[in-house]
Design a protein around this ligand. Structure first.
Ligand SMILES: Cc1ncc(COP(=O)(O)O)c(C=O)c1O
Length: 379
């Protein structure tokens, strides 16, 4: 149930900052206008549909990686629905056809398997092939789609030019939280390897991982890369970032439940790295906490731990100018993307509520979760 005008959200709670989201959208829109490209939102990174009406004012559609994301985009966002997945299941393809207007195939074998179904559909669907430019920019192997033996995209060696009849686009994705210099090098690899087929296409998708709304991101370089590309090839250019849409546009507020001591002070919170901010363990990284510093930077240092049984459910060690007490509230910064879409109910821990801090400063609670949400995932 939505609830308006709350001064403080119940914890744990993701709170999306409407103003910050809007400012990201304006940056993305200026790129679209300057570069003459289209930006769609990757739902895998951010899928809070309560704010889709706002996002829709600036972006023309969504990038989905599954049937259910495609359905959500179709139902709640509208506009263009692009689907791209490592493989499609026979059992789901018919429904995908009912929701997508762009479908990207990861291999020519998938394209052959589904080609007749797409061309026989009564909806107009534009098909593409995901290519793998075999050019790595990402240092962490788990996030590098172009690493050795990657399953993501068709390499030049396996690219079947004689099967392009019916294909109108190419898609590549090899970035993660990177600046436009990485795209410049990637584009060169893409052009060198696949440029000879561009004249047969209508569009190309430069994937996600463009950290466009980060302060030091070089949007001028991005725009000039796209404009130069479009001067050479008359193709529609799409970008499909997820993180850039919601970067620094929301927090996770949590409370301290207990303070214990085991050779150091340890605070147990009503949240969890494992369940509510899984990238802290998976990426891994140390989230910022408002007003807190590195261990020892302020007088009172604590290890912050989550509610699950996992020994490693540790968010990190932080120091504070004043001692933490039971009931103290902590604000984890930059928690809008890759959190709600990835969280889980491990140990039966409840999912954080979801709220919006409106431009007026009011907090509107959009959703609270309960026992039913946990039970419904089980049988
Ligand atoms: C194919 C594809 N497109 C878009 C994205 C979104 O990337 P990001 O949220 O880093 O912008 C990803 C992320 O993994 C992806 O795999």
């Amino acid at each position: 149930m939505a609830q308006s005008g709350v001064k403080e959200a119940p914890t744990p709670c993701y709170i999306i900052e409407e103003e910050a989201l809007l400012s990201n959208l304006k940056i993305l829109d200026s790129v679209q206008k300057q570069a003459g490209c289209k930006i769609i939102m990757a739902l895998k990174g951010f899928a809070m549909f309560a704010v889709f009406p706002l996002i829709r004012q600036y972006l023309c559609g969504v990038a989905a990686s599954s049937l259910d994301e495609a359905k959500l985009g179709y139902e709640e966002f509208g506009g263009e629905v692009h689907v791209c997945a490592p493989a499609y299941a026979e059992t789901e393809f018919e429904e995908i056809l009912g929701h997508a207007d762009h479908i990207v195939f990861n291999s020519f074998s998938q394209w052959r398997r589904f080609k007749a179904r797409v061309t026989g559909s009564n909806r107009k669907i534009s098909c593409g092939i995901r290519i793998n430019p075999e050019h790595s920019e990402v240092k962490m192997p788990i996030y590098d789609p172009c690493g050795p033996f990657s399953r993501l995209g068709t390499t030049r060696e396996n690219f079947e030019e004689n099967e392009l009849d019916g294909i109108t686009g190419l898609h590549f994705h090899n970035l993660c939280e990177l600046n436009s210099d990485s795209l410049a090098r990637t584009l060169k690899a893409v052009e060198d390897k696949f440029g000879s087929v561009f004249h047969r296409l209508k569009w190309i998708n430069f994937g996600g991982g463009h950290h466009i709304t980060r302060k030091d991101y070089d949007t001028d370089l991005l725009c000039s890369l796209i404009k130069d590309f479009k001067n050479r090839y008359p193709l529609d250019v799409y970008l499909e970032p997820g993180e850039a849409i919601a970067l620094n546009a929301g927090v996770l507020e949590a409370s301290v439940l207990d303070i214990i001591h085991n050779k150091m002070d340890i605070a147990i919170l009503d949240t969890s790295a494992a369940a509510h901010m899984p990238d802290v363990l998976e990426m891994p990284y140390r989230p910022s906490i408002r007003g807190a510093g590195l261990p020892g930077e302020y007088r009172h240092t604590y290890r912050l731990g989550g509610m699950t049984c996992l020994a490693g459910d540790i968010i990190g060690d932080y120091s504070f100018p004043v001692p933490l007490n039971t009931g103290a509230r902590l604000v984890f910064e930059d928690m809008a993307h890759y959190t709600m879409v990835k969280n889980n109910t491990f140990n039966g821990i409840r999912l954080p509520s979801i709220a919006i801090r409106e431009s007026s400063g009011n907090i509107r609670i959009i959703r609270r979760f309960g026992y039913k949400d946990y039970k419904n995932r089980l049988s």
